[in-house]
Design a binder for this molecule. Structure first.
Ligand code: CA
Length: 228
């Protein structure tokens, strides 16, 4: 979090400079844009972790920048900086896709707290690491560990385990599993699920570990620890 890159889009030079210094003091990397068009261009060109976006800007307004970024699928957290008389309009800002807003004048402590909260939220959402019991699955490296043991899985075995571990303790029906892992147009034998569950269990329990993939008779499967 120390090196998160934050863009400030704010036309009031003194305020922008003040926020920049405070954020830099906290260890963030900061870029300042002083008008809407530059802000939008920066937001598109830079790999940002968060944007502090003033509402009223020369060129394009804050909510409009927000809308344009969201329309191209950009999910960067955006906190709108809103003057008091614009507060009644804040729904417009949230509708435009902002994550949060702060009313001017604000204390720097409040701003820093909001920045931390919004960064934390996205970093948690973005995590590629899924864990259940002593099982860990990394979506980006496609590595699976049981305790310290690296487990080699085929692509389909990985997909099936990823689906199960994304829905811990939730019973997944055979239909759901087929659709999600093999696709709607899968025409093969639906026993394929049993076959792959068996492969997975052999690999996950190779050292006599506790069973995690449980059969729910007549329904499907669930990732769950057996209670003694
Ligand atoms: Ca302004």
């Amino acid at each position: 979090m120390m090196n998160s890159h934050i863009l400030i889009v704010e036309d009031e030079a003194k305020l922008a400079q003040f926020i920049k210094l405070e954020l830099e003091y906290e260890g963030y990397q900061v870029t300042v844009a002083r008008d809407g068009l530059t802000g939008l261009a920066n937001a598109r060109a830079m790999n940002l972790d968060l944007i502090l976006l003033d509402w009223m800007l020369p060129g394009i307004s804050g909510p409009e920048i927000c809308r344009r970024l969201r329309s191209t699928g950009d999910k960067v957290p955006i906190i709108l900086l809103t003057a008091k008389d614009e507060v009644s309009d804040r729904v417009t800002g949230l509708d435009a896709g902002a994550d949060d807003y702060i009313i001017k004048p604000f204390s720097i402590e409040e701003l820093l707290a909001r920045v931390r909260a919004n960064l934390r939220r996205t970093q948690e959402e973005d995590t590629d690491l899924l864990q259940f019991s002593d099982l860990r699955l990394n979506r980006s490296t496609r590595e699976v560990y049981r305790g310290d043991r690296l487990i080699e899985l085929t692509a389909k075995e990985f997909d099936l385990l990823e689906y199960l571990i994304s829905h811990p303790r939730q019973v997944l029906t055979r239909e759901q599993i087929l659709e999600r892992v093999w696709g709607y147009d899968f025409m093969g034998d639906s026993n394929i699920i049993e076959v792959y569950v068996r492969y997975l269990r052999l690999k996950l329990e190779a050292e006599k570990e506790q069973r995690l993939i449980q059969t729910v008779r007549g329904v499907g499967y669930v990732l769950r620890e057996l209670r003694d």
